[in-house]
Write a protein that binds this ligand. Structure first.
Ligand code: KG4
Length: 346
């Protein structure tokens, strides 16, 4: 196997955990390309259909990898290792990326690196986009990881040393956005649409139940239920209630989710004494959450890191950067690595 020391380490990252097929090329921590192919087919079903996702990954993977290599301006023989998402995610989707990565590594006789998708989201903060390096968070820092499948508060002690100190006991924040959006007739994924409508609504118009969960854990299933009953009851009285109040409903719902997230993050900062904060995952694209984080940073004297939009949703750049840090430590996977649908950070 070719693992000789090179001054520049070029890594191919592969991400296929859900409904985005993505490939990226990174040279050390500098991203050279990051191609993402989404799957519009799921829109018609109001959510991701696993079987269709696997099939689309199978069709997309080779063209996406080809494009990533071309756009990076490198040749296949420059690639020192291939990093792939091993989990968590949809098993059929993960199998496509895993099998492709294994085949690629075997054919090129280069190391294979398995990456935890959640760790990838956290390490997205270390991706550099130009030779002029941007500031990255100093250890230890806290990461609020909020996506369609996870809501966690993580203490990050080093690139590869992370501890989850709080997490959802039921639905994730993104799920709360998406499921409530469905109740008011918005298409999947509802999070970005709620965000857009919330910008012209009154966030104090309606009040929804906030969970009372001890410690740093989250819960969003109660909010979803209270939202559903609230809408049902109002619609019985005023059939046009949703249409006439859509922006206010979205703004109030978004405000509730943000307050739930922020309350526990502030508690985590108090309990750990850590003042360097980061946010990751699809929900971190939310404009209300971003301004709440920046407001709290100013008030509590936190140093706040918010990643560019393109690195918040699923992307292979975050898998490639994680692969880079694992390469430096010689943490390689074997050819019998199997994907896992569920896995925590620790
Ligand atoms: O991280 P991600 O792309 O996929 C995983 O779950 O791994 O996150 C997707 C989630 C969806 O629930 C989507 O509705 C939510 O992120 N999302 C948003 C926004 N953009 C994406 N939620 C609220 N506001 C947004 N602007």
């Amino acid at each position: 196997m070719v693992t000789e020391k090179r001054s520049d380490i070029i890594i191919l990252g592969i991400e296929s955990s859900c409904d985005d097929t993505s490939a990226a090329i990174i040279r050390n921590d500098l991203i050279l390309s990051n191609e993402v192919s989404g799957q519009a087919i799921h829109k018609a079903y109001g959510g991701v259909v696993p079987e269709l996702a696997s099939r689309a990954h199978q069709q997309n993977i080779i063209p996406v990898v080809d494009l990533a290599i071309k756009k990076a301006g490198i040749s296949t023989s420059d690639i020192a290792a291939v990093a792939f998402t091993r989990g968590p995610g949809l098993l059929g989707s993960l199998l496509v990326g895993t099998s492709f990565a294994k085949g690629f590594a075997l054919a090129r006789n280069i190391p294979l690196i398995e990456v935890n998708h959640l760790q990838g989201h956290v390490l997205a903060h270390f991706i550099q986009e130009s030779e002029v390096k941007k500031k990255t968070p100093e250890f230890p820092f806290l990461c609020l990881l909020v996506s369609g499948g996870n809501s966690q508060i993580i203490v990050v002690r080093d690139h590869l040393e992370m501890e989850v100190i709080g997490q959802t006991i039921d639905d994730a924040a993104g799920e709360a956005f998406d499921k409530c959006a469905k109740v008011i007739g918005l298409p999947y994924p509802g999070g970005p649409l709620i965000d857009k409508l919330a910008q012209i609504g009154n966030r104090d118009a309606f009040k929804f139940a906030r969970p009372k969960i001890p410690g740093l854990d989250y819960s969003f299933s109660g909010l979803k239920t209270s939202f559903l009953y609230f809408i049902r009851d109002r619609m019985e009285e005023f059939p046009d209630f949703i249409e006439e109040n859509k922006a206010d409903i979205c703004a109030s719902l978004q405000e509730t989710i943000i307050q739930v997230l922020m309350t526990k993050l502030k508690l985590a900062a108090k309990e750990t004494g850590i003042r360097t904060m980061t946010v990751a995952g699809g929900v971190s694209a939310n404009s209300g959450l971003r301004s709440a984080l920046l407001g709290a940073a100013e008030k509590h004297n936190w140093e706040m890191f918010i990643p560019p939009f393109k690195f918040t949703t699923d992307n292979a750049a975050m898998i490639a950067i994680t692969g880079y840090y694992k390469y430096l430590k010689g943490e390689f996977a074997s050819q019998d690595a199997v994907p896992y649908s569920r896995v925590s950070l620790k």
